[in-house]
Design a protein around this ligand. Structure first.
Ligand SMILES: Nc1ncnc2c1ncn2[C@@H]1O[C@H](COP(=O)(O)OP(=O)(O)OP(=O)(O)O)[C@@H](O)[C@H]1O
Ligand SMILES: [Mg+2]
Length: 251
């Protein structure tokens, strides 16, 4: 049984069926890619995993617990973190502050009654945030306002904001969108490092170089339905997949 299991999920927007009987089985510690043409339903699927959207029918189970009915915050607290298609960072705060915020949010109710505990907790979070920035080679810019970063660095900052929450499952929606080839390659290396830590990842990605560099398993969405789920080496030659991409994105 996978750490993340999606069973028969359906989601409509008015008359549009965005997800049809979607099933997903993500093995613990693996990188699972979701690919598919524009408008296939990839982001919609991701949003149902974090309670940003509620499926019309079907179930989502993470680590043996049903996610449907939980709030996004609760889902985050049991170990699911996500990187958005467009970076959501606080431009006027420093990188360090940006990384500390999700750590505080995750800790939430554990805020100590005694000032001493608060100071220690804050120092601990600050240290963790700094060491993550160092891992991502952003420590030199720890006190720079996030709005001054390049696009690639903003993406890395966002990853730091996810990792500081020590997630078990990381959901990434087009982590290399808009990046130069060099930044994309650095991100691939970084995601490989994260995978080595044993964090399970679900990656939505258009860039096949990224997909084939990282994924152990690929699910293909087309018009809201999973048309293939297979090992990367079997996906490229799959006629159904090639057909889905005809006249649109490149595989
Ligand atoms: N909140 C919404 N209300 C109405 N329609 C929506 C909504 N969100 C998505 N859709 C529609 O659902 C379909 C799937 O959209 P989704 O964003 O999930 O696709 P995607 O696979 O992520 O595409 P892309 O590769 O362009 O990011 C599209 O036709 C989209 O227009
Ligand atoms: Mg999308």
């Amino acid at each position: 049984m996978g750490i993340l299991e999606v069973k028969n999920v359906n989601k409509s927007f008015g008359g549009l069926k965005a997800l049809r009987e979607v099933n997903l089985d993500v093995a613990e510690g693996s990188v699972h890619a979701i690919i598919g043409p524009n408008g296939a339903g990839k982001s919609t699927l991701l949003n149902t995993l974090i309670a940003k959207l509620t499926p019309d029918t079907g179930s989502v189970t993470f680590d043996g617990r049903p996610l449907i009915g939980m709030t996004p915050h609760q889902i985050n607290q049991i170990g699911v973190a996500r990187v958005f298609q467009t970076p959501e960072i606080f431009g006027e705060l420093s990188l360090l502050e940006n990384v500390m915020i999700p750590a505080f949010a995750r800790r939430d109710g554990a805020f100590g009654l005694h000032a001493w505990n608060q100071v220690v907790a804050e120092r601990d979070i600050r240290d963790r945030a700094m060491s993550l920035l160092a891992d991502l080679k952003l420590d030199g810019k720890a006190h720079v306002e996030a709005q001054h970063l390049s696009r690639g660095d903003k993406r890395r900052l966002e990853l730091a904001m996810c990792l500081v929450q020590e997630p078990k499952l990381l959901l990434l929606d087009e982590p290399t969108a808009g990046m130069s080839r060099a930044d994309t390659n650095r991100t691939i290396e970084l995601l490989k490092e994260i995978a080595k830590r044993g964090i399970t990842m679900v990656v939505i990605e258009h860039d096949m170089h990224v997909v084939f560099s990282l994924a152990q398993k690929i699910s293909v969405l087309a018009q809201g339905a999973i048309i293939a789920e297979d090992l990367p080496e079997n996906i490229k030659g799959n006629p159904k997949v090639q057909e889905a991409y005809l006249g649109g994105a490149h595989l």
